[in-house]
Design a binder for this molecule. Structure first.
Ligand SMILES: NC(=O)c1ccc[n+]([C@@H]2O[C@H](COP(=O)([O-])OP(=O)(O)OC[C@H]3O[C@@H](n4cnc5c(N)ncnc54)[C@H](O)[C@@H]3O)[C@@H](O)[C@H]2O)c1
Length: 411
């Protein structure tokens, strides 16, 4: 048995840990830190780090005066923490995750895992080297609409999956991604990666494979023409977001000084199992939802809506013209909580994993593969659209994660 096995998987230690409170530290206290409000009984926020006064004040409001609040995440990591959740901007994820893994904590990283494939691989390698548990917050894997599509596929409703197409209409795109740090490619690489990491992961999950070749086109069509710009260092999205106004998109004001990410992008991909995929993302549509179409060799399915009240239609009995009733219509009932109940389920899974390890619906390797596909697609669209290959994760590292983040036992 190696030192890693002893550190991360000792059964007696797990039993004892289950009886004690899980001490959780948070890095970054902006909009998304509210995910930590879903921590279940037995897990408690004890410290938060954020360099901005606004973030630190928000942390005290949310988690109380007893919580230790730091400006530098390294001070936070000096505390005796069992788990760390990373909610900082995307380009900081890798550094924060590596530091937290080295501090011995179980680590939750918001998606995307990082903004480059090399940084993803660095985080995964550090998890292996330290034996600390790594979890990436791909909440869509807990979304009822995605889980239902996956179940229908597993039940054989459409036969063997051959193609997956996803159209993502980002109706609030200007408010969400062009008014702050997201609009600057130094922080995100691209929105095809930033926002698309969710969908690329779902495409991979539904298809049962990972992208190996990708080609893409994209453009800055609307928001770059908006000349009303300003810095908003102490503001957060809730300060400017308004679902009922801000239309048409080009009328938005106060956008980020730097805008150099595409507001429409489209990719096609070939996966390692031969499945073909396409993904289209637009940030100036009037409506906000995702449409997945999955085509198998015995039928196809498609979702209409993606939250409460959504339906999945399955056509699989014969050829026909358009039939709205389809052969099967499955209604989606969202659970309580943000993102259709996906967020509470995500946090509950992380806490269970931090305590006990074991299998999870989310996957650190899949999170890496979503970033790898997104960065390769960005390279293609910022070049001349020619295909870019995606290198797989080194096999020994992939095997470590396939074993549930365990080293091979040496007897
Ligand atoms: N899974 C989802 O559905 C989902 C939804 C929204 C955001 N996210 C992700 O969550 C993360 C945070 O997004 P957000 O909307 O909360 O952004 P935000 O801008 O509202 O908050 C980011 C916070 O990080 C802080 N920060 C900046 N530098 C830091 C540092 N060095 N150390 C610690 N904190 C630092 C900022 O001061 C700010 O308070 C992003 O990676 C984003 O992609 C995921």
């Amino acid at each position: 048995m190696t030192a890693h096995d002893v550190g991360a998987h000792d059964a007696a230690a797990q039993g004892a840990a289950a009886l004690t409170t899980l001490r959780v530290g948070l890095i970054g206290a902006g909009e998304r830190v509210e995910l930590a409000l879903h921590l279940p009984a037995g897990a408690r926020v004890v410290a938060v780090a954020d360099p901005s006064p606004r973030g630190r004040a928000h942390a005290r409001d949310l988690f109380g005066a007893d919580v230790t609040v730091e400006t530098d995440h390294r001070r936070l990591l000096e505390l005796d923490l069992d788990a760390v959740m990373v909610f900082s901007p995307d380009h900081l994820h890798a550094g924060h995750a590596v530091d937290a893994l080295r501090a011995g904590a179980s680590v939750f990283v918001e998606k995307p895992l990082a903004t480059t494939t090399a940084d993803c691989d660095r985080v995964l390698a550090t998890a292996r080297e330290t034996g600390s548990r790594l979890y990436v917050g791909h909440n869509l894997r807990h979304a009822p609409v995605v889980r239902t599509m996956r179940r229908l596929i597993a039940d054989g409703e459409i036969g063997e999956v051959k193609a997956v197409w996803c159209r993502h209409f980002v109706g609030h795109g200007g408010d969400y991604y062009f008014t702050d740090w997201h609009a600057d490619r130094r922080n995100t690489t691209s929105l095809l990666l930033q926002k698309g990491a969710h969908d690329l992961d779902v495409i991979h999950w539904l298809a049962g494979g990972y992208t190996r070749h990708v080609t893409a086109l994209g453009a800055e069509m609307v928001y770059r023409h908006v000349t009303d710009r300003r810095e908003r260092p102490e503001e957060r999205m809730g300060d400017w977001f308004d679902a009922d106004t801000h239309w048409p998109p080009g009328s938005l004001t106060g956008l980020n000084p730097t805008i150099d990410v595409e507001d429409v992008s489209m990719l096609t991909a070939r996966l390692d199992n031969g499945v073909l995929a396409s993904y289209e993302q637009c940030h100036f549509t009037p409506d906000y939802w995702r449409n997945y179409t999955v085509i198998g060799d015995r039928g196809r399915l498609e979702n209409f809506g993606d939250l409460d009240g959504a339906v999945i239609r399955v056509w699989n009995s014969r050829r026909s013209g358009y039939r709205e009733d389809a052969d099967r219509v499955v209604e989606i009932e969202a659970e309580d909580g943000t993102h259709g109940g996906a967020d509470p389920a995500l946090v509950a899974e992380f806490v269970r994993f931090a305590r006990q390890g074991g299998a999870t619906e989310t996957s650190a390797v899949a999170a890496r593969e979503a970033v790898a596909a997104g960065t390769a697609a960005t390279e293609s669209l910022r070049g001349d659209g020619t295909p870019v290959d995606v290198e797989p994760l080194p096999a020994d590292l992939a095997a470590y994660f396939d074993r549930g983040q365990r080293e091979l036992e040496v007897r």
